[in-house]
Ligand binder design. Structure first.
Ligand code: ZN
Ligand code: ZN
Length: 424
């Protein structure tokens, strides 16, 4: 039985719905450095940080500088028999588009340029708005949008892609590292630092205090801003204006459909080549597995292991884990609920790393175009693989882990007790 406050209006300030198990927790007063965990599933509810919006602003400005450096300067130069090719981050998507692979081009462009730009510009606007105490309703909508953006900022994965591409390029010609790489590394560090200075719950409180909400409907926790409201399904959150839902709509059906689609696409994505290297005397096509073998053949074992984990193991693991969670939810099993919730969080965290091979192709096609001498182009396997990565990301997002707890709670479990500890 889930505990609800007897007199909800007295508790609005401290109620927080656990996104993993759905328990309404009463949060203790925040103490910087002391994280708050769910009473039932031990999920981290809030990372209480020393709030410093000024420091966050400094890191945001640093991130903007590094972003500008990263996108406006060359990344690498490749020399082959006196010919030189220089590539920027944007060259990859442009080249892929020229070769007819606009889907991969768009994906690379969105995750490496558009999403980081929106994250920096949005954070700057939110911090400035909070300082001026103006346009707070607009800020609420903007900050809500930014909560959805984080999953699509993939600078760290792109840097791993550069490392793999660099190793492959060394086998083709002479490679020089350029300024954009410093920009990318600085961007990654400053975005992490920027996030560390912002406590989302504290930012929400600065944008708008928790409203005591109209009584009527049921108690729903907002997934975006943590406000708990008495509301009807589908009404707008009084604080961030996102749609309030007790649980993600049609979660199990959507997740099943997406996971099945990804499983089907996984087959061609592994059997069809993802790129082609045309040289004077021979043309070789590489599947994901072939690229992996090539890395291990030239002795780059650690990279081969990383690519194996990112490109082959993670998608399979995600699909198996999602299948397992769907079946367990269907049967309302109460076994290992905590572990399953943790598994869900792991799936959420690892998903984006499968993008690494897509980035490698994007970097290689941007640099290796020496006409009849050596030419690298993308192949259709990349489209299927990009499909697998994106669809599994969406499948994980559409799964609602709270349903596992709901299902177990509905089914009588002889030896299972839902002990709900009340915190003071
Ligand atoms: Zn929980
Ligand atoms: Zn909200």
């Amino acid at each position: 039985m889930q505990t609800m406050p007897n007199n909800p209006s007295a508790d609005w300030e401290v109620l927080h719905e656990c996104s993993d198990c759905g328990l309404m927790n009463r949060l203790p007063p925040p103490v910087a450095g002391r994280d708050i965990f769910c009473d039932r599933c031990n999920n981290k509810l809030r990372e209480v940080k020393e709030p410093s919006l000024d420091r966050a602003m400094v890191w945001t400005i640093a991130a903007a500088f590094f972003f500008f450096l990263a996108v406006s300067t060359p990344m690498m130069t490749l020399g082959l028999l006196g010919n030189f090719r220089t590539g920027m981050i944007g060259s990859g998507p442009m080249m892929l588009d020229n070769q007819g692979y606009w889907i991969i081009a768009t994906l690379v462009f969105l995750t490496t340029i558009v999403a980081p730009f929106l994250k920096i510009a949005g954070t700057f606007a939110v911090l400035l708005g909070l300082r001026l105490r103006r346009y707070l309703a607009v800020l609420a909508r903007l900050y809500a949008f930014m909560q959805h953006l984080d999953d699509w900022v993939m600078i760290d994965v792109y840097l791993l892609g550069i490392l793999v591409a660099y190793s492959r390029l060394q086998g083709i010609g002479h490679v020089e590292i350029e300024a954009s790489l410093i920009g990318l590394a600085g961007l990654m560090v400053s975005v992490v630092a920027m996030d560390r200075c912002m406590d989302p719950e504290a930012v929400w409180e600065k944008i708008k205090d928790r409203a005591v909400v109209n009584v009527g409907g049921k108690v729903i926790g907002c997934d975006t801003c943590y406000q708990v409201a008495y509301a009807n399904e589908g009404e707008a959150c009084p604080r961030c204006f996102e749609i309030l839902r007790h649980r993600k709509p049609d979660s199990l059906q959507r997740t099943s459909a997406l996971a099945l689609t990804a499983a089907i696409l996984y087959i061609p994505s592994n059997f069809l080549p993802i790129m082609r290297i045309a040289q004077i005397n021979k043309t070789t096509t590489y599947t994901i597995y072939g690229g992996l073998m090539e890395l291990s053949r030239v002795g780059l074992w650690p990279l081969a292991v990383l690519v194996f984990i990112a490109s082959i193991a993670i998608p399979v693991f995600k699909l198996l884990a999602l299948g397992f969670m769907l079946v367990e939810t269907r049967f309302g099993t109460a076994r290992n609920l905590r572990q399953r919730s943790h598994l869900y969080n792991i799936l959420h965290f690892i998903g984006k790393w499968s993008m690494v091979d897509i980035y490698v192709v994007s970097i290689l096609v941007a640099l290796v175009h020496f006409g009849w001498l050596t030419q690298i182009s993308a192949e259709s396997g990349g489209v299927y693989f990009a499909g697998v990565v994106i669809i599994t990301l969406l499948a994980v997002k559409s799964f609602d882990p709270r349903l596992m707890w709901d299902a177990a709670e509905r089914k009588p479990q002889p030896s299972f007790v839902f002990g709900v500890k009340k915190s003071a």
